[in-house]
Write a protein that binds this ligand. Sequence first.
Ligand code: SUG
Length: 441
Amino acid sequence: MNAWEVNFDGLPGLTHHYAGLSFGNEASTRNQFQVSNPQRAAKQGLLKMKALADAGFKQGIIPPQARPNVSVLRQLGFDGSDEQVVAKVAAQAPQLLSAASSASSMWVANAATVAPSADTLDGRVHLTVANLNNKFHRATEAPTTEALLRAIFPDESRFAVHRALPQVAMFGDEGAANHNRLGGDYGQPGLQLFVYGRDERQETQPQRYPARQTLAASEAVARLNQVNPSQLLFARQNPAVIDQGVFHNDVIAVSNRQVLFCHQQAFVNQPALMTELARRIPGFMPIEVPTARVTVADAVATYLFNSQLLSTPDGSMLLVLPAECETNPRVWRYLNELLERDNPINELKVFDLRESMANGGGPACLRLRVVLTDAEYRAVNPSVLMNDTLFATLNDWVDRYYRDRLTQSDLADPQLLREGREALDRLTQILQLGSVYDFQH
Ligand SMILES: N=C(N)NCCC[C@H](NC(=O)CCC(=O)O)C(=O)O
């Protein structure tokens, strides 16, 4: 079956700011209270989408969520009109206003875990929304993520969107950021590698930072997504790298078809995992970067592995990297040697994503991969697919509504709430999504 990997990128929202909300994500902690530029964040995201669409890759967009999230603030006891709710939380608990205003839904690698139809028992594409239970500001994304995915993948005979797992630590699930699919052509059955950080039943935990993904969650997602049991593998991420800031597996590994590009220290018992993968994946090609060349600290600082590994029509592969890789001499030297070596990677494309990177989100965090057959692709809401017209329309929309400077204290401005709703109302028209936001009901 002819199939494609379609990348859907999250668009940074109007309240993008630096709040230090993600303990264990060192960029988030380091950049707390820095001044952000939401307009630049959105434009950096749009430029990546457009450049990849122009290069012939299939590219979609997932809109931001409505923030501040007034309903969660009401749930926490702030009352009155929407404006009064914002004023009260700003005065009494600014950190909660930050959490309720986070634009974190841009990192759609954490929106859901996707199973292509070639891997599922009922032959549909399955998407299980992630509960993002480990962080309050992210856990509130799930209901709107579900509504957005239903609006983008509306045909229930082809797509099954599952709601998030129960919101408890035992089922902490961070979506596709801890999931890789390996194999041959996209339309052929692949091996789904679920990577977890914590197994509450037995193993030791990281000492310093939280492990967000549990094995129990990964198992439940595999069940919901109806992944053929013969195409499943669960592996544990190395707790020592979680303690060095690798809060999702996509900060230390990325796969495409038969290639797994990862750090030497990414997984527990890595040699045995590589042997198992080689046994199960025809032509498996691991590219393991040794610590002697690139340390885990360098990987975290540059997001080398948070790259997108994309297949070009001639069968070779392209790495989409953040600009931070180019400015680190060790990483850049390694990458240029990689191009010369015997492997399918023969091109590097570098993007300036600094607004997102400063909160710990690189190229791969910003995208959700969805493998689709031709017929499935035609069933996607066509208004979310990137092209020249949509790019121009969205740039104008960003110019009209987005601020070019935002700090935590700006979140108290009631005008920001109004601007956001007006902008998103307009966006749902542009993308023909219907009423997906609470404020539209
Ligand atoms: N690796 C992947 N797939 N995604 C990156 C997510 C970054 C996000 N940062 C934040 O949520 C920071 C928000 C703040 O501190 O303002 C997170 O930690 O969940």
